[in-house]
Ligand binder design. Structure first.
Ligand SMILES: [Zn+2]
Length: 167
């Protein structure tokens, strides 16, 4: 997991297969960029692979859901509302993955600031959620789905047992 302070750089480097496949010249040609735009945030391959595993493990959750009712534009990818766990599967391009993001050569002066704003906004979203008592889990899309799903499942089961024993 990437903690909210984004200090977990080593996690990023651990994306072995996915990292090796995509660390080349992607994002530098217009076809790749168009594909990333089309795939933007929802129902991406990596996220679907994770959701399939969560569902298979019996977990039920909201998808693309705003954890904070007052801030409906801040949507998390996977949300466990009762347990207050908000999960983000961040695209390596859109969220500035340190292992994979490099501004496209064309229009670098556009993409650099745009991605910087996204990163800033992610930090604000983390802070707002944590203030409201939520647990925030962020992952990069390049992380293996099995590992991400296992971490989410463990967190949800731990939180479930904590809340049920506390009542
Ligand atoms: Zn990445």
């Amino acid at each position: 997991m990437r903690e909210a302070d984004r200090s977990g750089g080593q996690l990023c480097a651990g994306g072995s297969a996915a990292a090796a496949r995509s660390s080349g010249s992607w994002a530098t040609d217009s076809a790749a960029r168009a594909s990333m735009v089309a795939n933007r945030s929802r129902d991406t391959g990596p996220e679907m692979a994770i959701r399939r595993r969560l569902h298979a493990a019996g977990l039920r959750y909201r998808v693309d859901f705003p954890p904070l009712a007052a801030e409906r534009r801040r949507r998390a990818d996977i949300v466990f509302t009762r347990l207050r766990i908000a999960i983000f599967i961040d695209g390596c391009f859109w969220h500035g993955c340190p292992a994979h993001f490099s501004a496209p050569r064309a229009n670098a002066d556009y993409w650099g600031p745009k991605i910087a704003r996204n990163i800033e906004r992610d930090g604000e979203t983390n802070a707002a959620l944590i203030r409201a008592g939520w647990r925030v889990m962020r992952f990069w899309e390049h992380q293996p789905a099995t590992e991400v799903a296992a971490e989410i499942i463990a967190a949800v089961r731990l939180a479930s047992s904590a809340t049920s024993s506390a009542d």
